[in-house]
Write a protein that binds this ligand. Sequence first.
Ligand code: MG
Ligand code: ZN
Length: 225
Amino acid sequence: MSNRIEIVENIMGANDRLALDNRTRLNASRTFGINFMASPGAGKTSLIEQTVPALKDKFAIGAVDGDIATTIDADRAAAAGAAAVQINTGGECHLDAVMLRQALNQLDLNSLDLLIVENVGNLICPASFALGTHKNILIASIPEGDDKPYKYPNIYRGLDVLVINKIDLLPYIPFQMEYFTKGVEMLNPGLKTFPLSCQSGEGIPEWTTWLEEQVNAFKENTPSP
Ligand code: MG
Ligand code: ZN
């Protein structure tokens, strides 16, 4: 029992050190990195498809897509205008700092202002593996149900930003926003939240405006080496 705990702690310690290396590389190249986490089908790739065209005249954008087996998401990110790299996790259900490092090696980081990392669709282990990105962002969605903060508290606790996608479906699904928000507030008080729909476009400008401000603030505060 205690051996197992020790091994887990060693793995997490090694991952955290590599995540710090990734952060150092992103800072050195003045690339703002965000980590999109979500359950499968919540709309990570769809949000990339909305975000990249809105900001690509202002910033050079890269995308790293973690997927168990296919290149479907990376192809969509590339079609939207991002420099896209696919990480096939070979069955692993989350990205870790080593996988992100391998992806960073394939990108011309110095030429990028913004890097969007699309984690594997999963609400459990991505929360435990720091990648070194600057912001952890969860994309929740209305069809998943309003009980998810109560059932998956760890991922909500570690978030910097919450996106609630598919709000166009609210009239058709018994999703109590008040109950959902109460659960989020218990775990992560004052969490910055963007309700939006990648389908209708509602709420997308608020999200992209916020992200643009974040990238600009990061650039101002991160001196050229
Ligand atoms: Mg996807
Ligand atoms: Zn996993």
